[in-house]
Design a protein around this ligand. Structure first.
Ligand SMILES: O=P(O)(O)OC[C@@H](O)[C@@H](O)c1c[nH]c2ccccc12
Length: 264
């Protein structure tokens, strides 16, 4: 996989957003929102949950191709909640991940869990979209932003009543942390090469600041790995493919949690 895939996705995203803004203006979205209402808190959910699992709804990925092409956003997120997920992550990038904002709109009334809008957020317009479909939190990817843009977006997200998850891959990206970041996530997948290694989080664990809620993202396929990550200080675990590659992701999560409890 080419090293420039992230750049390609971001370039595509800029064009996509410009097109969307022509159809539904930022001013229109803004008017629909009314007073900012506090979202269901991802941070609180992670701190309160016995599993800490953020279960992801993802149809495809650039590295794997289709994972679950006909996945139903009206069923799987609800099944994840039933199985014991702490929170939900819903991929809304269409071109590379086969998702849509509508998936959040569809999932929202079926669950009371916090929903993370998982996308490549580079503009305030996308925060308005997230709020309009009632997402509770947004992902900010350090390697797709400058620290200044990350600060501006995180601050704007808070002003709209959205929480923020900062995704980092290297220790140097800790420079992106700011007072508007609620949760920090170490991505085990390098977004340039797609190489995944769950022990990447273990190596970075020591370098992460104390007081902040921490999660480990990608490539977590066994309860054993989750337990090692938990021991290293991670509060949450973002898991997609392990569940989505099965016919019944909710049942796969249920089995994962049952195994987790017996390995514990
Ligand atoms: O399916 P996995 O390997 O369990 O990974 C989930 C999640 O971490 C991954 O989808 C992800 C992490 N950061 C991202 C940024 C954009 C798109 C996707 C991602």
């Amino acid at each position: 996989m080419s090293k420039d895939i992230l750049e390609e996705i971001i370039a595509h995203k800029r064009i996509e957003i410009a097109g969307q803004e022509k159809v539904v203006s930022a001013a229109f979205l803004e008017k629909q929102l009314g007073e900012p209402v506090p979202a269901r808190s991802l941070k609180q959910a992670l701190m309160a949950s016995p599993t800490g699992i953020i279960a992801e709804f993802k149809r495809r990925s650039p590295s794997k191709g289709w994972i679950h092409q006909d996945a139903d956003a009206g069923k799987i997120p609800a099944a994840y909640q039933q199985a014991g997920a702490a929170a939900l992550s819903i991929l809304t990038d269409e071109a590379y991940f086969g998702g849509t904002l509508k998936d959040i709109r569809t999932a929202c009334p079926t669950t009371s869990l916090p929903i993370l809008r998982k996308d490549f957020i580079i503009s305030r317009y996308q925060l308005l979209q997230a709020k309009a479909v009632q997402a509770d939190a947004v992902l900010l990817i350090a390697s797709a932003l400058t620290p200044q843009a990350c600060l501006t977006l995180a601050k704007e997200a808070h002003a709209l009543g959205l929480e923020t998850l900062l995704e980092i891959h290297t220790e140097a990206e800790l420079d992106y942390l700011n007072e508007y970041i609620d949760v920090v996530g170490v991505n085990n997948r390098h977004l340039g090469t797609f190489h995944t290694d769950a022990s990447h989080s273990l190596r970075l664990a020591e370098a992460l600041p104390r007081g902040i809620v921490k999660i480990s993202e990608s490539g977590i396929s066994s309860p054993d790995t989750l337990l090692r990550l938990r021991e290293a200080g991670f509060d949450g675990f973002l898991i997609g493919e392990t569940f989505m590659k099965t016919d019944e992701p909710g049942e796969a999560l249920s089995r994962f949690i049952a195994d987790l409890l017996t390995t514990d």
